[in-house]
Ligand binder design. Structure first.
Ligand code: FES
Length: 516
């Protein structure tokens, strides 16, 4: 098996039984906030696009790049499709002209030609864009897991499919916490350091759990080339920066006795039973320059992409829109279908845009002007960007404005999962699915012992396997999937108080039930 890394989560996989292109991404994403790092425009995309199979893991714009797919990828390629609850990924690819699809049942290996393929699909409303997926591939010579952004919660099927020769794993931050929040700088640095550490620990735990011979950092970080956002790049290996690059992960893995593989766009990896050969696309000094002189490299890279940023900025805005009326007619039918999510939010969320002060009220299920009231969350969004979201009827604000980091926020109290679930499901199909998913999320009765505590095996947030990803320090349990913390003495979630754990101290026969 021959694998060429294409930058970010992009892979080109050649086997005796056909070739597969995974997640090619080149064009700016999220209102031109994100760009691939390092630059991957110089690859021979015409040649790379002539493949037998295409795998797009999910609809986030750093994985699904419709402009690129339309320009370079053969429409005769058969799409390997995860089993998602909505048809958005398939219909988006059909609009580009892809016509051949094979849908994979979750975690069921299947032969296509001489290739064995298994797709592990995550379907929580806030996984990817209502769906995120990992792909396992075995050509009879080598077996790999391309996990990219998929935060796998059940490793049993992965273990049954393995052992793996190579594991492509995501490790770096992508979202906006804590940077857009109205917090003092020292608090941001503290939260940022915790988030950075959690991302590295999680990737390492994934790698240890999968146990592949080699670990290949993948799927990030993107870089920020707009001057307004440039400071988000991890230019000086800052311990509170949430966007560390692969050199940080490789060092972290080495400290734990694990072998990681440095790669850039164009790195070729030949994998076989007795071989794992890595050929870099240039001299060491050249391929390492984006990492060794990141500031200088990104400045020059930014200059080369400035026209795209300006073009994107010029496209924002729709000044004739009546924002309140539009949001009312769009959101209120969705709120009416979202009783469970609305109860989870439990109050008003304020949208501030220019002079507008608009409230999405999750209690009365209406959109209205701000009254004399306190709002649990406030999102402040540039009016041109909000107009753009509304004019496009953007169904996923997480996968657009929030990931762009082009907004600011305040909140009273802890993180509320349901707020983001609502703003990522702004279509009838999505909100119906999400509301049902939350209302049906049954507790798993299986219990495990960690230290002196027995707890449910599944994290109440998104079902991560706490046997693999739970870490107990003193009286605190941290789920390393997303870093949520639980007070083991009370079962209360310290990250999002609407969640809790049923905890029992082993030495103490008296069991206490805690209800969300
Ligand atoms: S699954 Fe998200 S913190 Fe546990």
């Amino acid at each position: 098996m021959r694998i060429t890394t294409l930058g970010h989560a992009g892979l080109h996989i050649e086997t005796a039984h056909g070739s597969i292109l995974c997640d090619p991404w080149v064009n700016p994403a999220f209102f031109a906030s994100w760009f691939p790092f390092p630059d991957n425009r110089y690859l021979d995309w015409h040649a790379l696009g002539q493949v037998d199979y295409l795998f797009v893991s999910h609809l986030h714009s750093d994985h699904f790049d419709p402009r690129h797919l339309a320009s370079y990828v053969s429409r005769d390629a058969t799409v390997l499709l995860p089993d998602y609850p909505t048809d958005e990924l398939q219909s988006s690819l059909q609009q580009i002209g892809f016509k051949n699809f094979i849908r994979f049942a979750d975690n069921r290996p299947r032969m296509i030609g001489g290739l064995s393929v298994m797709i592990s699909s995550l379907v929580a409303p806030t996984d990817g864009a209502v769906g995120d997926a990992a792909i396992s591939i075995d050509d009879g010579v080598a077996r790999i897991l391309n996990q990219n952004d998929a935060k796998i919660t059940d490793f049993d099927p992965i273990h049954r499919y393995g052992p793996y020769d190579a594991h492509f794993v995501q490790f770096t931050g992508a979202n906006w916490w804590p940077w857009v929040y109205d917090l003092p700088d020292p608090a941001k640095r503290t939260f940022g350091a915790a988030k950075r550490k959690n991302g590295l620990d999680r990737a390492r735990r994934f790698a240890q759990t999968v146990g592949a011979r080699y670990i290949v950092p993948s799927a990030g970080p993107a870089c920020f080339l707009d001057d307004e956002l440039f400071h988000y790049n991890d230019l000086d290996d800052c311990e509170s920066n949430t966007f560390p690059d692969q050199t940080v992960l490789l060092e972290h893995l080495a400290q734990h006795g694990l072998t990681g593989v440095f790669n850039v766009p164009g790195t070729v990896i030949e994998v076989g039973p007795d071989r794992f050969d890595v050929v870099q696309p240039g001299p060491e000094a050249v391929i390492r320059r984006p990492f060794d002189d990141k500031r200088g490299y990104l400045r020059n890279y930014g200059i080369s992409r400035r026209a795209e940023i300006l073009e994107e900025r010029a496209s924002w805005g729709c000044p004739d829109l009546d924002l309140l009326a539009e949001l009312k007619s769009w959101f209120e039918p969705l709120l009416a279908k979202a009783d469970y999510i609305a109860a989870g939010v439990g109050g008003p969320v304020l949208l501030v845009s220019g002079e507008e002060r608009m409230v999405v009220d999750f209690t009365t299920l209406e959109v209205r002007r701000l009254a004399d009231e306190k709002c649990r969350y406030t999102f402040t969004i540039d009016r041109r960007l909000l107009e753009t979201l509304v004019a496009r009827r953007e169904p996923d604000w997480v996968n657009s404005i929030f990931l762009s980091l082009r907004f600011s926020a305040t909140r009273i109290g802890q993180y509320n999962e349901y707020v983001y679930a609502f703003f990522s499901c702004l279509s009838a199909e999505r909100i119906e699915y999400a509301n049902t998913w939350y209302s049906r999320q049954a507790a798993d009765d299986e219990r495990i012992q960690l230290g002196e505590w027995t707890i449910p095996r599944r994290c109440p947030h998104r079902n991560a396997d706490l046997q693999q990803l739970g870490e107990v320090l003193g009286d605190t349990l941290t789920c390393q999937m997303h870093g949520w913390r639980f007070d083991l003495r009370t079962g209360r979630c310290l990250t999002s108080p609407k969640f809790s754990l049923d905890v029992e101290r082993v030495a103490d026969p008296a069991r206490t039930e805690y209800v969300t």
